[in-house]
Ligand binder design. Structure first.
Ligand SMILES: [Zn+2]
Length: 183
């Protein structure tokens, strides 16, 4: 006869660290209002930093298609919530993505999921936009990408714009074109 299954509660290793922090702040982590706080905080951090468990390939999955038209694709007002890497404090806002398709496009909902993937890591706003742009350049080979983030909260700058991936994709497109013309 096998032993009956028992639910085993394994405490998140973050939880005791939060208890220690509360004590260091002069609080009593055992008082009623705080008793569950360390476990809740650990759960919140696991969600807010959950982007480390995701990768671009699995997020894009089968959502990449052959491009048919030539027009720019614009996705506006993608909401994000992130944590700044300097203070572990929240910042949030919206991201706008505009790309000029090359051979491939991606489903619009996948772009929002890419933003979420990178937002849910410890971030600075400039790198968030750069990583979203880079994640689109490799699988789509677009003729250009611009990613703009408008952030609130802890971010020092209200707005940052990255053209890094845009310039690189444009340079490559020019190179490909001149190679074709030489043939
Ligand atoms: Zn900060």
């Amino acid at each position: 006869m096998t032993a009956p299954l028992r639910a085993i509660h394994v405490e998140d290793p973050i939880t005791p660290q939060v208890r220690a922090m509360l004590e260091a702040l002069g609080e009593d982590p055992a008082r009623e209002g705080l008793a569950q706080t360390p476990a809740r905080y650990a759960k919140a951090m696991r969600y807010l930093a959950g982007g480390y468990a995701l990768d671009v390939e699995s997020v894009l999955g089968s959502g990449v298609f052959a491009a048919e038209g030539e027009g720019a694709v614009v996705v506006r007002d993608i909401e994000f919530h992130s944590l700044c890497e300097h203070h572990l404090l929240p910042f949030y806002g919206t991201v706008h993505v505009r790309y000029l398709p090359g051979r491939r496009i991606v489903g619009l909902s996948k772009i929002a999921r890419l933003v979420d993937l990178f937002a849910r890591r410890l971030q600075v706003q400039e790198r968030l936009t750069e990583q979203v742009a880079d994640a689109l350049v490799q699988p789509l080979e677009p003729k250009g990408v611009v990613v703009i983030a408008q952030a609130h909260g802890d971010a020092r700058r209200a707005e940052a714009e990255r053209r890094h991936a845009h310039a690189r994709a444009a340079r490559r497109a020019r190179r490909d074109r001149s190679a074709r013309e030489r043939r």
